[in-house]
Design a protein around this ligand. Structure first.
Ligand SMILES: C[S@@+](CC[C@H](N)C(=O)[O-])C[C@H]1O[C@@H](n2cnc3c(N)ncnc32)[C@H](O)[C@@H]1O
Length: 283
């Protein structure tokens, strides 16, 4: 696999970040056991009914959303490259009493090893696409593991929002042509920054001297590049959405929190797409 070394560096950075993120969240097992869900309405609408379906949650991190999906009646498999995330997810599954299968793997290896037509739904969300170093190989992997008629459902932060720095000034290119963007300070403690918005079980102070020694490598994909990779892999795009707010994540310092654990533009600033969603069907 090309770029394996970059994915491995990302794994280390995500291990450090995931520990800090979970340090800010109150008893998550009790929250889920009591019927709590970490899902937002937008992904529930895009997913529709998943009761009884075999669903794989790609890049599931520490499994909170995977368990919330399983609580809706799906038979869920969560896949993530981070050791810390998958260890935590497995414990959370036991603690919450929600059975879910968690696999620690690079998605590219997992696609190669997984049987064709294994799933009804492939799902990924919120900060997933920017870690993929080869969109075409990824889209072919999505199509491979879906059964005929199965659906790919994704909701993610809008790539256009990534051209701004934290003060809303245009600072980065929209088209990156598959080149990695490297950040020496690693994956940030965005849960500490977002507070309650990313901690529905309750926010606690947790890690206060955050430092991530592991650099990360992100890949900025334009919306059309994602669509085209899915189309080229034999999928039909059925639903597309753009949203002028972001769920959970305070993408820039200046965004303001509004109802529903969302962040949106400050007063006086023009609106812009902060998230987008897609549903594509395997033909
Ligand atoms: C922002 S998180 C996604 C969180 C997710 N929406 C959830 O439900 O919590 C991005 C995740 O992608 C994972 N990741 C990054 N590169 C990966 C790869 N090549 N294979 C598998 N997982 C990867 C990271 O370990 C991290 O957990």
């Amino acid at each position: 696999m090309q770029n394996r070394h970059l994915h491995e560096e990302n794994r280390k950075s995500w291990n450090t970040a995931t520990r800090a993120h979970n340090s800010h969240k109150k008893d998550q097992a009790a929250f889920l056991r009591g019927g709590g869900s970490t899902l937002f309405p937008e992904e529930k609408v895009l997913l529709g009914s998943i009761d009884g379906s075999r669903l794989v949650h790609l890049q599931c991190n520490a499994g909170q959303d995977s368990l919330s999906l399983a609580a809706l009646g799906a038979e869920v498999t969560g896949v993530d490259i981070s050791d810390e995330a998958i260890d935590f997810a497995r414990k959370l599954s036991i603690g919450s009493g929600i059975p879910t299968d968690f696999i620690r793997a690079n998605v590219y290896d997992w696609f190669a090893e997984t049987e064709r037509h294994s799933f009804d739904v492939v799902f990924c969300s919120y900060g997933a696409l920017c870690w993929l170093s080869d969109l075409d190989v990824w889209a072919r992997g999505v199509a491979k593991v879906l059964r005929l008629g199965g659906r790919f459902v994704c909701i993610d932060f809008h790539p256009f929002s990534m051209v701004f720095d934290e003060h809303f000034e245009i600072a980065y290119p929209y088209f990156a042509d598959g080149r990695p963007l490297t950040w020496d300070d690693g994956v940030g403690d965005y849960v500490g920054l977002a507070g309650e918005a990313l901690a529905p079980s309750g926010f606690v102070e947790g890690e206060t001297h955050y430092n991530n020694p592991h650099p990360v490598h992100e890949f900025q994909w334009a919306v059309a590049e994602v669509f085209q990779s899915l189309i080229d892999a034999g999928m039909t795009i059925e639903v597309t959405r753009e949203y002028p707010y972001s769920n959970g994540a305070k993408l820039f310092e200046d965004l303001v929190e509004v109802e529903g654990r969302r962040f949106t533009r400050p007063e006086g600033k023009p609106n812009l797409p902060l998230m987008w969603g897609v549903v594509a069907r395997k033909n």
